[in-house]
Design a protein around this ligand. Structure first.
Ligand code: PMT
Length: 399
């Protein structure tokens, strides 16, 4: 988003107040935001609110000569993206039929930038065939329409018509501004820890939060891939546009992975899977008794190894992670060979700022031919994008 020029067009619906949060998110991400409002939008939220959150003046009166006029033609041609949020039925109708009777509608009509339209209105209005026809029409002319959310609306009714959450609109915008170089590819990511029950109140797990796997899923989605994320229990919000399959145990993860593996072009196993599980999970809470207690553990399936065995030459690109506290390269390389991987990401988990829980990571990318790329300490988002670049190059025969 950094330095991208985005126009946020706000039209006259109650959800106009949510657009202020959208502008704040986009501005924080480094975008240059210009807000244009319709006259009725200014009845819901004062332009000063948007001026404060965007740091730029807001335009709503086409003929205001008080300050240097903003050019309604140039603005939509020089920007990278226009987001209309909320988009009322009236504004959608104007877009569909080329009506230009104020600054925002005129600017949109003359725009060459991509347009993201976020409808928000009463649900009966939204399902009205006239509105649906108009939406189809503007989608056919190249605008991207974001499905409204469902639920309780400001007019005390239930149904479709809620403005999507500002975070989700911002993610959709990020997607439209990102290079779609993974478009057409299906990516399967596993993430987080598995948990194995000891009794109804206790379990075996590990320190994985899911941050690395979620960063990978999100980055692949933003770059146009269709992404399935098999996730252990986590406190993280599901990434926008990603299909999430929640699991708890290693067996459940295996099932979810093998439901999707033949359909995938790329499989990345960032999850920290329990190698062992209790032979029997007690039906009742185990009572305190002797000074020591021995748990009888049995091996879980090695999902990655089984994926490696099932892989064919024309099949998926298989990428594993190796979480190591010693002999990083030696141990990771052994796992790459044993599990028949294309790439293994050797993850030094002995540092506070890498591996489990942290927002940053320190990894080395190891290839089948033995070559190694050492990356500096990076955010998990950057590690994810770097790894996806390398996977893409490998698939294209470049590495
Ligand atoms: O979730 P975060 O807090 O962000 O932490 C990220 C991370 C440290 C968990 C991640 O970066 C990472 O290193 N993931 C791999 C953790 C791990 O279990 O490593 P391993 O060396 O034990 O396993 C090697 C590979 O085999 C992994 O891809 C693992 O998913 C897979 N495996 C392991 C055991 C098993 N039974 N089945 C598997 O598929």
């Amino acid at each position: 988003m950094k330095d991208k020029k985005i126009i946020v067009g706000v039209t006259g619906g109650i959800a106009a107040y949510k657009a202020a949060e959208l502008v704040r998110i986009l501005a924080r991400a480094g975008a240059h935001i210009q807000v244009a409002m319709t006259a009725s939008a200014t009845k819901f939220v004062a332009p000063l609110t948007f001026e404060t959150v965007s740091g730029n003046r807001v335009v709503w009166d086409m003929f205001d000569r008080g300050t240097a006029p903003l050019d309604h033609i140039q603005l939509g041609q020089e920007s990278d993206l226009i987001i209309v949020a909320p988009a009322t039925a009236n504004f959608i109708a104007k877009m569909a039929h080329g009506i230009a009777d104020d600054f925002l509608s005129t600017m949109v009509l003359a725009a060459t930038a991509r347009i993201l339209v976020c409808p928000s209105m009463n649900s009966q209005m939204f399902v009205n065939p006239v509105v649906q026809e108009n939406l189809k029409r503007i989608a056919g002319m190249g605008s991207v329409i974001m499905e409204p959310g469902e639920g309780e609306l400001a007019c005390q009714t239930e149904g479709p018509g809620r403005l999507p959450e500002p975070e989700d609109i911002a993610e959709q915008a990020r997607m439209l501004l990102s290079q779609q170089d993974l478009s057409g590819l299906k990516v399967l990511v596993t993430s987080g820890a598995t948990i194995e029950s000891i009794d109804p109140v206790r379990y075996i797990t590990n320190r994985s939060t899911g941050k690395m796997g979620y960063a990978l899923a999100r980055a692949a989605r933003l770059r146009g891939a269709s992404v399935t994320l098999v996730s252990g229990p986590t406190a993280l919000e599901p990434p926008y546009g990603v299909q999430v399959r929640e699991i708890k145990t290693a067996e459940e993860m295996k099932q979810a992975v093998f439901d999707n593996h033949t359909d995938s072009d790329i499989i990345i196993k960032a999850a920290a899977v329990s190698d062992y599980r209790p032979r029997n999970s007690a039906q009742q809470k185990i009572k305190k008794g002797e000074e020591s207690l021995t748990l009888d553990l049995v091996r879980n399936p090695d999902i990655l190894e089984e994926l490696g065995k099932a892989k064919t030459d024309s099949g998926y690109t298989l990428v594993g992670f190796a979480a190591e506290t010693e002999e990083l390269l030696k141990n990771a390389t052994e796992k790459l060979r044993k599990k028949n991987l294309d790439i293994i990401v050797a993850n030094d988990v002995s540092r506070e700022d890498a591996g489990f829980e942290s927002d940053t990571n320190l990894v080395k990318i190891i290839y089948r031919d033995g070559s190694i790329e050492e990356l500096p300490l990076m955010t998990k988002d950057d590690v994810a994008n770097h790894l996806l670049d390398r996977i893409k190059e490998l698939r294209e025969g470049g590495s």
